[in-house]
Design a protein around this ligand. Structure first.
Ligand code: ZN
Length: 75
């Protein structure tokens, strides 16, 4: 993977989803600290992972996270 496109953004989904790091069920629309991490490159399918506010904060401050990924939305 030479060039990788990454994005980290808050997606206020109204549905309850599981954090990809700690597994907690939460509603992203009610957790302004939650983040969706997506990573893709031209020659790889890429991945998307959701982090709750607590995990996103720990990760941002340097804690390594093992994330359960969800399939990227078809676009
Ligand atoms: Zn979490």
């Amino acid at each position: 993977m030479a060039n990788v496109t990454v994005s980290l953004k808050h997606q206020p989904s109204p549905r309850e989803l599981a954090c990809g790091a700690c597994g907690a069920q939460f509603v992203p629309a009610e957790d302004s600290g939650s983040r969706v991490l997506s990573m893709k490159s031209a020659d790889q399918p890429g991945f998307v992972a959701l982090m709750c506010g607590g995990c996103a904060s720990k990760w941002a401050y340097g804690t390594a996270m093992t994330l359960t990924t969800i399939p990227p939305a078809a676009s």
